[in-house]
Ligand binder design. Structure first.
Ligand code: PEP
Ligand code: MG
Length: 581
């Protein structure tokens, strides 16, 4: 729901109408670079308590009260289902699937039966709906795994049903009439279906970190984004805002002329970046391979038409999130060949073996009921008690590599010891493929030099390396300052790993979200990282940034960031450096 006076007014008009009263900028974690100046439009997550109170028992107390209440429910459910179905039609891929499933939930007969039963039992309409949803949430949570995640969708349906019943617009993301900055507490993938980067010029959220859904979606769409901004939701719709997705600031009512000029300069810089065509190198010619992160054949085909030199991370587990049985070697080989085949022989692909577990449960692989799954049996650890799972996957990858002729490397996630790396590398080498391990656990970074005695390359997964170094859950929405790869302790571990690579003469890449941050990319290159793998949408901004800085700048950036006390001062210190080459 949007706040009452939510019609956005062009920021420039607001600025002209009222004398601007700039206030101190709010600070958050910048996740997608870019500057936008536009009025706020606020997405609200909850139905207003006043409207719920005013609705009361809905006045369904006559002789036909139960039938009337059920008819009101039917109308609300039909509208919610139709809204989700229409959004599904306008979206594609995983988002369309999520929305179609939501439409199905809203129209679910079982939910309606539960509402009717509660009405019969004497409950009023709102209470009946809430209790019915609660009952189904309990069932889904009890089933665990992916089904448990449907509980979030049910809660979303509940909010939409209640809003419809009390006559409010459905909560969620409004569609602004003019270019705006979208503010939200947090965003779910379903909220952001069909977001138009020409209308939503920036995204800012109060919660969420650099690896939150909001950040991932904003990066895919190339929308400047800042997350984890305290007190954000006190801003009213229509307030002119200057959002800086590089500095991580949100200024309310900035000086209009200066704000317009900053946004214009940024638009020009982004237009210049959009025409960058590679290959990745610094201004003085040091090569830095820019690679794509992909999830399946479709995303690989999309990545192949961007100026990437190959794939640095194929997350195989994402192909199997809704599979209950392990696919046969043949079926796996066909799926992997679909990704490899999108690239020609000159553009190599790094396939990661199943990183099932924790935030990515895969029914046929993950152990159920772990107390602390992020620290449990995930990634390579699944092969300890089920070695066949890994062996069959390696067979399928080798088969796909042979079928397509694409140069293929294989790496393992969640490696903690040199012995694990050696065993894994032996299995991969037996199949004639190059072997690497991800550096996601601090123990692996500290022993990078010894890992490199047994593998051909290392790839730093900064999302998990940050989580495990800072002891901060990467999904936690209130720890954005800790789950930030600019944390000097994380950079120190990257420095150790890259230095080991330099000494061994073997490549060390970064494939976590950190690689997609242009400013941080120069720090990573300065630390000695040789390739950066990212969402394809980030490749041009990162490539254009690196093309404008030289090796000396990157080394100075690395030193400045390593010496800072926290992410904000690390960013400030790097931004203060002279970029002229
Ligand atoms: C990482 O941890 O940085 C990484 C690339 O792996 P994932 O995000 O898939 O866990
Ligand atoms: Mg990881």
């Amino acid at each position: 729901m949007v706040t009452s006076n939510s019609t956005p007014v062009a920021a420039s008009e607001q600025g002209a109408a009222a004398a601007p009263t700039p206030s101190a900028p709010l600070h958050g974690t910048p996740v997608v670079p870019g500057i936008a100046y536009a009025p706020a439009v606020v997405a609200r997550g909850e139905v207003s308590p006043t409207a719920l109170l005013a609705f009361g028992d809905g006045g369904f107390d006559g002789p036909d009260g139960e039938a009337e209440a059920l008819a009101a429910y039917d109308d609300a459910a039909a509208s919610v289902a139709a809204g989700s179905a229409a959004k599904a039609d306008r979206s594609n891929g995983a988002t369309a699937g999520v929305l179609a499933a939501s439409a199905g939930l809203a129209a679910d007969r079982g939910l309606r039966t539960a509402v009717r039963k509660n009405l019969r039992g004497g409950s009023d309409l709102l209470t009946s709906v809430r209790a019915a949803v609660e009952q189904f949430v309990g069932v889904f949570v009890g089933m665990g795994g992916l089904m448990a995640e449907r509980a979030t969708d049910l809660r979303d349906i509940e909010r939409r049903l209640l809003a419809r019943l009390v006559g409010e617009p459905e909560p969620g993301v409004p569609t602004p009439d003019v270019p705006s900055v979208l503010l939200a507490e947090d965003l779910a993938p379903a909220d952001t279906a069909g977001l138009d980067p020409d209308i939503v010029l920036a995204l800012v959220t109060e919660r969420g970190g650099p690896t939150s859904h909001t950040a991932i979606i904003a990066r895919q769409l190339g929308i400047p984004c800042v997350v984890g901004v305290a007190d954000l939701m006190t801003i009213e719709s229509g307030t002119p805002l200057l959002v800086d997705g590089i500095a991580g600031t949100v200024e309310t009512r900035p000086d209009p002329d200066a704000a317009r000029a900053a946004a214009q300069a940024d638009r020009e810089a982004r237009a210049a970046a959009a025409s960058w065509e590679g290959p990745g190198r610094t201004a003085d010619g040091q090569p830095v391979k820019l690679l794509a992160n992909v999830a399946d054949g479709e995303s690989a085909a999309g990545a192949a038409v961007t100026p990437v030199e190959g794939v640095g991370l194929f997350r195989t587990e994402l192909c199997f999130l809704n599979r209950t049985e392990e696919p046969s070697v043949d079926e796996q080989a066909a799926i992997y060949a679909g990704v490899l085949g999108a690239f020609d022989g000159d553009r190599p692909v790094v396939v990661r073996t199943l990183d099932a577990g924790s935030d990515k449960p895969v029914a046929f692989a993950t152990l159920p009921g772990e107390e602390n799954p992020a620290l449990g049996v995930r990634g390579l650890r699944l092969s300890f008690s089920n070695p066949g799972l890994l062996e069959r996957q390696l067979d399928a990858i080798a088969e796909a590599a042979q079928r397509t002729g694409v140069t293929t490397s294989v790496m393992a996630p969640m490696v903690a010891t040199v012995a694990e790396a050696a065993d894994f590398a032996a299995s991969v080498h037996r199949r004639g493929l190059r072997a690497g391990v991800m550096i996601e656990v601090p123990s692996a970074a500290l022993l990078a030099h010894r890992m490199l005695e047994v593998v051909d390359f290392l790839s730093i997964g900064t999302n998990d390396l940050t989580q495990y170094t800072m002891a901060a859950d990467r999904m936690a929405t209130d720890l954005a300052h800790l789950t930030d790869p600019w944390q000097p302790a994380v950079l120190q571990l990257i420095a150790i790993t890259a230095d080991a690579g330099r000494r061994a003469g073997k490549p060390v890449g970064v494939c976590g979200e950190a690689a997609a941050d242009p400013l941080l990319a120069s720090v990573l290159v300065g630390l000695g990282v040789t390739s950066l793998s990212m969402a394809p949408a980030a490749v041009r901004p990162v490539g254009a940034h690196l093309a404008g800085v030289d090796r000396a700048y990157c080394e100075a950036a690395a030193e400045a960031a390593l010496g800072a006390v926290d992410p904000a001062s690390a960013r400030d210190a790097v931004r203060a450096l002279d970029r002229s080459t």
